[in-house]
Design a protein. Structure first.
Length: 134
């Protein structure tokens, strides 16, 4: 799939990076909330994710929530370790609904080495809203 990951350019200070990430997340959240909920697609995404996590033996990754609207979804997962996060990112493109789609993700590390991740995933044939700071 096409990945739009959170990266920090060398010209960007940590404060600027945090501000940019906050802006990007707010734009995506607002766009998501402006669309109608698609319950059937949300349920399908949850099932496909659960099947994919089990099939890939990703015991270190837990699905927290998935909410899909008309053109994209927000998915929240927890990873026990950086290795679990890397395995998840490596294999998510093989899960139904997640192949050949556009992604954007943000990660919040926790003190114990675990992390929470929020992914925004475009519906197949759609793109994510323009969330870049101008």
């Amino acid at each position: 799939g096409l990945w739009a990951a959170v990266t920090m350019s060398l010209a960007e200070s940590p404060a600027q990076a945090a501000e940019r990430q906050q802006h990007e997340r707010r734009v995506l959240e607002d766009a998501l909330l402006s669309q109608k909920l698609d319950v059937a697609w949300s349920n399908a995404v949850v099932e496909h994710l659960k099947e994919g996590l089990n099939a890939q033996l990703m015991a270190g990754t837990q699905l927290v929530d998935a909410q899909c609207r008309e053109t994209f979804c927000r998915v929240a997962v927890l990873h026990k370790s950086d290795e679990d996060m890397a395995a998840f990112l490596d294999s998510i493109g093989t899960i139904d609904d997640f192949d050949n789609t556009e992604f954007y993700w943000q990660r919040e590390p926790k003190a114990d080495g675990s992390s929470s991740m929020t992914l925004f995933v475009a519906r197949q044939g759609q793109t994510l809203p323009n969330f870049r700071m101008q």
